[in-house]
Design a protein around this ligand. Sequence first.
Ligand SMILES: Nc1ncnc2c1ncn2[C@@H]1O[C@H](COP(=O)(O)OP(=O)(O)OP(=O)(O)O)[C@@H](O)[C@H]1O
Ligand SMILES: [Mg+2]
Length: 257
Amino acid sequence: MDKPPVVQLENLEKIYQLGKTTVHALRGVSLTVREGEFTVVMGPSGSGKTTLLNLIGTLDKPTSGRALIDGEDIAKMNDGQLTRLRRHKIGFVFQFHNLIPVLTAFENVQLPLLTSRTKRREAEDRANELLDRVGLKERARHLPDELSGGEQQRVAIARALANRPRIILADEPTGDLDTQTGSEVVRMMYEVARQEHAAVVVVTHDPIIAERADRLLEMRDGRITEIVHEPLTGEKHAIRAIESVPPEPGRSLSQPN
Ligand SMILES: Nc1ncnc2c1ncn2[C@@H]1O[C@H](COP(=O)(O)OP(=O)(O)OP(=O)(O)O)[C@@H](O)[C@H]1O
Ligand SMILES: [Mg+2]
């Protein structure tokens, strides 16, 4: 049986109006992400990847269409409910680590637990457990600038997982890392998220990571195409354009009016 959906997007559109220029960042995106699934989003610069992640993460609102997290329509939530949703159900990993420089690795991971009022003892245990899982037990007392880029990003992953979110959103989390370290960091995110039953949506250009995805999506000009892995040949091909409204000529930033 299918696992329950964590994210359901129905025909999402996002339009930015910049003076006379209309930017169709998303042109009708529909997507279902289920519990524990690892989804990779690829696509050229400006195709709408970050916009998509921001909408899933409720950091931005769609112009039209519906977005449900755990079956709840985010358009119907007030600011307090959205804050709670982000705090408890969503973990973010950014391109650059965004760790708090004056806090140790341990304190960075513990912080979201304390702000969500987890008891101190429980927060300590959870932070230690997560640092152990990302292989940084021995580095728990280090400050971020005493850690390598890859280690810092592993702390960021542990921090994103602290409150046992339903979904981890990661926008090019390998930003300034070399290819091998970047792949290792994402592999770790994949494994730890899986142990914790969290769904992951990650934007990356790394073909090795794409190979491991449960679902590989390609974005082009605000639309999603799903790619499947052929089990025998390893070849990939598009199975369907999830949305099929033809583009409006001259309405995107790449083709200004
Ligand atoms: N706040 C904004 N105001 C106006 N236009 C925006 C805004 N944010 C994004 N856009 C436009 O929306 C489109 C999609 O942007 P988005 O950041 O989602 O692309 P992306 O796929 O993440 O690109 P990259 O790979 O470069 O990060 C682009 O044309 C961009 O210029
Ligand atoms: Mg982006």
